[in-house]
Design a binder for this molecule. Structure first.
Ligand SMILES: NC(=O)c1ccc[n+]([C@@H]2O[C@H](COP(=O)([O-])OP(=O)(O)OC[C@H]3O[C@@H](n4cnc5c(N)ncnc54)[C@H](O)[C@@H]3O)[C@@H](O)[C@H]2O)c1
Ligand SMILES: [Zn+2]
Length: 354
């Protein structure tokens, strides 16, 4: 089993990665959680496909289990769902000595983690991410949140789990669009930090080939995120690197009301657009944008902005919550594997896009 340990100011915990891990989670959980009640938060897709394995493995260790099942999809990351989950858990008599398990993609991890961070002033929780995006990104780093009508992730906190259990085998049932969506983040890690990872991803010819090495890829990605998060727990400086392609990506997602493009797709476009321009500006090594374009095509990810003009994009970027006042930090590449943060005046963003 591959293990990554995060050592943060307030907390130390591990990420465990292994194919088939779901069948032994009870055994490993026993080492870190001695009490016996567990509340699983999941969505109906993941429930239907995978709950029996999780249940069996927990029941073997005599845990008592309650399950809260939510509708799949971003809509569940809402105030309404949050309220209903609080009520259900309280009806089921949850206490601060119990454990919450979030079992699902990023939506379940974010919402369930936020529930755990706030209900009864905090209940310990464990993440079992089931989408590629959740396994390499959202379950690592302690950010939990829900959306408001005014925007995504506007209510949230930093709250770390007791452990993260990643079973890459669960990805076999993930629809291909979501797999590619997660690949956009894996590609991002390669671009900002790890040329070898980028080349690996570039060289797979089939999904089967990818799956043979998926455990390794997840490990490499989680490690990159771990290293960045450890240096900068709160999103201020170094962690910005993880935002490569995201300033543009968020603006695109939002403009299309989160319907036309998935997160990874929007980020894919963002990574290509900004790099094409920064290459023209001689801030990035020649040919980098083309390399990005080719890998995006390979994973059926878009790279061009369609049905949205650049002025709209710029307007939307100015409304991004991550943009503080008159300055904005953008992430650019020197070349593949080498990202850097550049602080510019918000009004100058136009130069990087137009
Ligand atoms: N906290 C963070 O740091 C962070 C980082 C990135 C993204 N996010 C958040 O993550 C969310 C997106 O995550 P996501 O893409 O995982 O979305 P998601 O949770 O909606 O999952 C995508 C879809 O895949 C299904 N699914 C999940 N696992 C499956 C499996 N093993 N087999 C079959 N189907 C499965 C889900 O039911 C859902 O329909 C967004 O809300 C985003 O804001 C958070
Ligand atoms: Zn992202």
């Amino acid at each position: 089993m591959k293990t990554i340990t995060l050592e943060l100011l307030q907390k130390k915990y591990s990420i465990f990665i292994e194919k088939g891990l779901i069948n032994n989670i009870g055994f490993y959980l026993k080492k870190i959680y001695k009490s016996n009640k567990i509340f699983i938060i999941t969505d109906s897709n993941v429930y239907n496909l995978h709950i029996n394995k999780l249940k069996d493995s927990l029941l073997k260790e005599d845990y008592l289990i309650e399950i809260v099942i939510l509708e799949p999809g971003e809509k569940s990351k809402s105030f309404n769902t949050l309220g209903s989950v609080y009520s259900k858990l309280l009806d089921l008599k949850i206490t601060r000595d119990d454990l919450i398990i979030t079992f699902g993609g990023g939506v379940i991890g974010d919402l369930g983690g936020f529930v755990a961070s706030t209900l009864l002033r905090g209940i310990p929780f464990v993440q079992i991410p089931t989408s590629l995006l959740a396994q390499i990104d959202s379950s690592v780093g302690g950010k939990v949140a829900i959306n408001l009508p005014a925007g995504k992730n506007l209510v949230g906190s930093f709250y770390h789990p007791e452990a993260v259990f990643i079973d890459p085998d669960l990805l076999k049932t993930l629809p291909i669009r979501y797999l590619n969506d997660g690949m956009a983040e894996a590609i991002k890690y390669g671009l900002i930090k790890d040329k070898e990872l980028f080349n690996k991803l570039k060289n797979f010819n089939t999904i089967d080939e990818l799956f043979i090495e998926i455990e390794d890829i997840i490990y490499i990605c989680c490690n990159i995120k771990k290293e960045i998060v450890e240096i900068d727990e709160r999103d201020n400086k170094d962690r910005m690197l993880l935002n490569f392609g995201h300033t543009i990506g968020h603006a695109i997602e939002k403009y299309f009301k989160y319907e036309k493009y998935s997160h990874g797709e929007a980020v894919a476009i963002g990574m290509y657009i900004i790099t094409k321009k920064s290459e023209e500006m001689k801030l990035t090594k020649e040919n980098t944008a083309d390399e990005i374009k080719n890998i995006l095509i390979k994973y059926k990810l878009p790279y061009q902005l369609i049905d949205m003009n650049i002025d709209r994009l710029i307007e939307n970027i100015s409304n991004d919550k991550k943009i503080k006042g008159s300055n904005i930090s953008i992430v650019l590449l020197e070349g593949i594997g080498n990202g850097f943060v550049k602080k510019i005046e918000t009004k100058d963003i136009i130069n990087y896009l137009k």
